[in-house]
Design a protein around this ligand. Structure first.
Ligand code: BES
Ligand code: ZN
Ligand code: ZN
Length: 483
């Protein structure tokens, strides 16, 4: 999709179709040229409602307000409404929220995110005809918009939405086509394309690093594990940020096998790691003036004669012993070692981990929202705030002093599952906190994306399947740190 920003008014642009966003049901606005036809068609201008007037070559879409979130999904719905048509170029005006260009950014993101579809496994792929979008600087409220600023905003939006789609592609890829070594190759390819540095740890090195819990989870799979380390190191960075992702390329549950219905979609258990790859892509392309390290623990959790077992006791990289009572609580084991390794390699100012860690997070906050945990309220709140600014949903789940007891073990230092059936998302977060060292305790937030990472229906600007959850959230947060 190509974007062209122009100072020419809408009327002077020759693109095949015009997209008009009807804001707050205001069909009297000067942009609305087809009042009678819209009335006939029953178009009210409600959020995400579309009306394609083929005879006029105009597409109307409703948005409740000029706020970014409303404009983003409206733009996505507009693009979706054009799927299957033969329009190759469209024009659209500039929408800002009283001059604030977040809304323009959201519109461009919405177009790119809404156009996404995953068709790798379709024998007949739908060709997306629409390639050119002209954005006129003619502004909704008649404001003057600086073209240089606007073009920077459009460029950024493209990078961020493309990175989100990049993550979606990895997550949607089947477990037979995307296993740990493939994730490592994707990271290496990304490094080659963007100038990021990349280091891949294979089993020999993982053993040397004493990452025995990660290796135990990986043991029954024919696909050997990998730990990926991507680095973005600008000169004189403003701060150092470490990202860690759960990259379970498949989670069968291991010997504590998942029931059939729960196993389907577990290709998406690599969403955290895939988000880290997408974030690193955006960080490199935006060339943010902060040092960012992305670590991914890429592992497949399978069954077999060599599988790790309930009743095993594993020793994590930091020396803590873990009683295994359920091999389906594998993500925390992989993250434990990957977090320890990441903290050993990098002394960071902020440490964030991304994981489809618990079904309990989905039960607690639903499908569209990520759960944010951590020991430092400010860091936790920062993540929640920037998630909302980026158009993602996130809510804080607070730790408390009683949680530690829930993961107590009679025979080891801790247990990999809690002794209560309630609060599974925070008890899993509590488990991870055992692997955060003193120096990083106040700098860490755990982001459980189990809800939004993969949803089997389209929602807002997100398609059926992978959403790329975490990418927009973290890029927005990193942009803030870079200021
Ligand atoms: N990958 C799952 C969590 C998950 C569930 C992600 C549903 C996305 C959607 C994780 O490894 C897991 O299986 N967790 C268990 C933990 C339990 C055994 C304590 C769970 O949530 O049931
Ligand atoms: Zn599991
Ligand atoms: Zn898992």
């Amino acid at each position: 999709m190509n974007f062209r920003l122009t100072a020419l008014p809408m009327a002077d642009l020759s693109d095949e179709l015009e997209v008009i966003i009807v804001v707050d049901n205001d069909t009297k606005h000067r942009f609305v040229q087809d009042k009678k036809l819209l009335k006939k068609a029953g178009f009210k201008g409600g959020q995400d409602e579309t009306c394609l007037l083929l005879g006029e070559d105009r597409l109307y879409v409703g948005a409740d307000s000029l706020k970014s979130a409303n404009i983003r999904t409206a733009a996505a719905m507009a693009i979706k409404a054009l799927k299957g048509t033969s329009y190759e170029s469209v024009k659209v005006a500039t929408y800002t929220n009283e001059g604030c260009t977040y809304t323009l950014r959201a519109m461009v993101e919405g177009f790119i995110l809404g156009a996404y579809s995953f068709e790798t496994y379709k024998s007949k792929q739908n060709e997306n005809k629409l390639i050119d979008i002209s954005i006129s600087l003619e502004e909704y409220a008649g404001l003057d918009i600086d073209i240089e600023k606007a073009s920077e905003v459009v460029h950024k939006a493209q990078i961020i939405a493309d990175a989100t789609n990049f993550t979606r592609d990895i997550v949607n890829t089947t477990p037979d086509d995307c296993y740990p070594d493939v994730m490592a190759s994707i990271a290496e390819g990304l490094a080659e394309d963007t100038g990021l540095k990349c280091n891949i740890l294979k089993p020999k090195k993982l053993r040397k690093e004493k990452m025995e819990t990660l290796l135990a989870v990986a043991r029954a799979s024919r696909h050997k594990p990998r730990v990926i380390h991507l680095k973005h190191k600008p000169k004189n960075p403003k701060c150092v940020v470490t990202l860690v992702g759960k990259g379970l390329t498949y989670d069968s549950g291991g010997l504590s096998l998942k029931p059939a219905d729960y196993m389907v979609t577990m290709k998406s258990d690599k969403s955290g790691g895939s988000a880290v790859l997408g974030i690193m892509k955006a960080v490199a392309e935006l060339d943010l003036p902060i040092e960012v390290h992305g670590f991914v623990g890429a592992v497949e959790n399978m069954i077999g004669g060599d599988a790790y077992k309930p009743d095993d006791v594993l020793v994590a990289k930091n020396g803590k012993t873990i009683e295994i009572r359920n091999t389906d609580a594998e993500g925390r084991l992989v993250l434990a070692d990957t977090l320890c390794y990441a903290q050993q390699e990098v002394k960071a100012d902020y440490l964030f981990d991304f994981a489809t860690l618990t079904g309990a997070s989905v039960v607690a906050v639903g499908h569209y929202t990520s759960s944010i945990m951590g020991k430092n309220k400010e860091v936790q709140d920062l993540v929640v705030k920037e998630a909302h600014n980026a158009g993602e949903l996130a809510t804080a789940l607070d730790f408390n002093p009683y949680l530690k007891k829930t993961i107590k073990s009679e025979i080891a230092d801790i247990c990999n599952i809690s002794n209560t059936r309630y609060g599974g998302a925070i008890t899993a977060g509590q488990f991870l906190s055992e692997f955060i060292d003193k120096d990083h305790e106040d700098k860490w937030a755990h982001i459980d994306i189990a809800g939004p990472a993969f949803v089997e229906h389209a929602w807002g600007e997100n398609p059926h399947g992978a959403s790329g959850a975490g990418v927009r959230l973290m890029v927005k947060l990193l942009e803030k740190l870079a200021k």
